[in-house]
Design a protein around this ligand. Structure first.
Ligand SMILES: Cc1ncc(COP(=O)(O)O)c(C=O)c1O
Length: 398
């Protein structure tokens, strides 16, 4: 993988002096994605599925082609299983709001979830009186599989993250699927931090629903993906209603359209779909296995460097179980102050609670600093971060 050549594709790195290690929040965009969106605006733009004119036909074809590329990327059975929403958050809200869950039904989630895969279930607990079980982490700061096995008994739904956005752990989806099968539970996976970095195969993983966001994988912000098994999506009630999602409407009833349109009310983010298509083509050309390997090398360099400086970091100690991010704290300095100092050194990281309040409480920390890499980061970026941290500790004499 030629990282220097890849970096050349990202205009922002030619224009701004920055070491960008905030990829878990959102990634930068290559020229190929930018150009494809510009080309769409300049040459093909129109609304989809509405007109018989040439531009509407072209826009509709491009939009559907984008879904085919996404379906292929995650090895879905059909592009009809790909629903475009705004982001991961909306995708999970869509499922939580349309699954036929009733009072007493058990939903299992985990303490390491991003609020996007936590609040929709917490809200159902209040609204529908579902039984919500929250799986803990163990001493290794990995998902406690014994706790999961216990709590998953007779669960209707298991909703779990692919990769924790704070711990950086990759969860064992194979084992989670086995537990889900034992209990005939629906398995919902928050793929926001997993799909952009790890080869994802929904057929092999046997997930029932998978949610992820384009903006975390070189694509535009404002378009997210909900994958769902066709037979399950068919059963779900509609979420948003209005134009574009119906087959027929009468004075007193309506008939929803076929999949995937049944879940896409109103004009979608068409140019977002164009950008997402280009982003996936870019990632596929580089190769997801290459990206994963490259990122793991960078993460190894980072955790080794943190250990050397005695900086506390979170998540699994097994490098194979880690993906593209590391959260840490320097004793005696608030995470925001660390991030502020790094910003002064032109290094972009994230600090705070990362939309994971329950996990930070569980770890008994007020906040953390998160460094997250992507395919355009290199060893020099990690060394610069480690050097800056060393300097900060020295300057503050702590
Ligand atoms: C694990 C995880 N889930 C969900 C989300 C929410 O993604 P979005 O803001 O695109 O909805 C994030 C974003 O940081 C995340 O890291």
């Amino acid at each position: 993988m030629d990282v220097a050549k890849i970096k050349e594709d990202f205009p922002i790195f030619k224009k701004r002096k920055i070491i960008y290690l905030d990829n878990a929040a959102s990634t930068q965009k290559p020229i190929q994605v930018i150009n494809e969106i510009v080309d769409f605006y300049e040459n093909h733009y129109s609304n989809i599925h509405r007109g018989l004119h040439i531009l509407s036909q072209e826009a509709s074809e491009i939009y559907e082609e984008s879904k085919k590329i996404v379906a292929n990327f995650i090895n879905a059975y059909s592009w009809r299983e790909i629903i475009y929403v705004r982001n991961t958050t909306e995708a999970i809200n869509l499922i939580a709001n349309t699954l036929p869950l009733n009072k007493g039904d058990k939903v299992v989630t985990t303490i390491m979830e991003h609020h996007s895969n936590f609040l929709p279930w917490l809200r159902l607990k209040k609204l529908k009186k579902i039984q919500l079980e929250i799986v803990d982490i163990n001493e290794e700061q990995e998902l406690d599989m014994n706790d999961l096995e216990k709590k998953a008994k007779d669960a209707k739904v298991i909703a779990v993250t692919f990769v924790s956005n704070v711990l950086g752990n990759i969860n064992d989806l194979k084992e989670i699927r086995r537990i889900a099968d034992e209990n005939a539970s629906i398995l919902i996976v928050d793929g926001a931090q997993g799909v952009p970095h790890l080869l994802t195969n929904v057929k092999r993983m046997k997930v029932d629903f998978l949610a992820f966001s384009a903006h975390k994988m070189l694509g535009p912000s404002g378009i997210g993906i909900l994958y769902g098994k066709e037979e399950l999506l068919e059963e779900l009630d509609v979420f948003l209603v209005g134009g574009g999602m119906i087959k027929d409407v009468r004075m007193d009833e309506f008939v929803p359209a076929e999949l995937p349109w049944k879940f896409e009310a109103g004009t979608p983010f068409i140019e977002g779909a164009v950008g997402l298509k280009a982003a996936i083509e870019y990632l596929t050309t580089v190769g997801m296995e290459n990206i994963e390997k490259h990122e793991r090398e960078l993460i190894k360099l980072l955790v080794d460097g943190l250990e050397e400086q005695n900086i506390e970091y979170y998540g699994s100690r097994k490098i194979k179980k880690r993906s593209s991010l590391v959260s840490f704290n320097i004793k005696g300095i608030h995470a925001h102050d660390v991030a502020e100092y790094l910003n002064y050194k032109h290094i972009a990281v994230r600090s705070g609670l990362h939309c994971a309040h329950p996990l930070h409480r569980r770890l008994n920390i007020p906040a953390s600093v998160r460094a997250s890499v992507y395919l355009y980061n290199n060893e020099e970026d990690i060394i610069a971060l480690l050097d800056a941290l060393k300097r900060l500790i020295k300057e503050l004499n702590i």
